[in-house]
Design a protein around this ligand. Structure first.
Ligand code: FMN
Length: 190
């Protein structure tokens, strides 16, 4: 695929439906490397990635944690529906070809922590754009897989790192459309 940067930016969509094609280690490394070329103030390079490959023990452990968390926290009094929600959240994590958690390290001051947060978001966007250019879709979630507090411990994180997202990643044929409000509606020309 050879698209120019503006086309890639405009055509990238948040995707959560993938085909089963595996993503090679080489390709995973490429998209992570793209992430690490994001701008970051003071060269803090604050992003930290946790790659959960398909069928890894850790992936299954995390999927089970998300099942338990969803079952406990989903706002539905109906047990059958709670189980269905929990199972669907778990299954999505098990099935996705590649699942990556992204954390950001804190800085010495709140301002630096905020800069680091911004830089890590830029890193995720780089990862999404590089992936899209190779036919790979990314779904950024700050929902269930990020809200479950036990995940941090399961990933072996002992530091005060902030979770920025869980990324569902896989080759996809899905073509989603989207729109944005016109630039002039969000811009003041002074
Ligand atoms: C910080 C952040 C958190 C997000 N969290 C979720 C999420 O929890 N679940 C979800 O379905 N999409 C999530 N998204 C994806 C957005 O919903 C998506 O980017 C938005 O609908 C615009 O669609 P597009 O990315 O295809 O242009 C998140 C995006 C960002 C930037």
């Amino acid at each position: 695929m050879n698209q120019n940067i503006l086309e890639i930016i405009k055509n990238r969509r948040n995707v959560r439906k993938f085909n089963d094609s595996p993503i090679s280690k080489d390709t995973i490394t490429k998209i992570l490397e793209a992430a690490t070329w994001a701008p970051n103030h003071r060269s803090t390079e604050p992003w930290r990635f946790f790659v959960l490959e398909k069928n890894s023990k850790k992936r299954i452990e995390i999927a089970n944690l998300i099942y338990d968390w969803t079952y406990k926290n989903v706002k539905n009094p109906n047990t059958k529906r709670r189980k269905a929600s929990a199972l669907s959240a778990k299954q999505e994590i098990i099935d996705v070809p590649l699942f990556i958690y992204v954390y950001s390290i804190p800085g010495e001051t709140d301002d630096i922590t905020k800069e680091n947060y911004g830089a890590t978001c830029c890193a995720i966007q780089n990862l999404q754009l590089a992936s899209f250019s190779m036919g790979i879709g990314v779904g950024w979630s700050t929902g269930k897989p990020c809200l479950c507090p036990e995940v941090k411990n399961a990933l072996g994180i002992t530091e005060n790192w902030e979770i920025i997202g869980a990324l569902y990643i896989g080759y996809t044929n899905i073509k989603l459309t989207a729109s944005r409000i016109p630039v002039n509606n969000v811009t003041k020309w002074l």
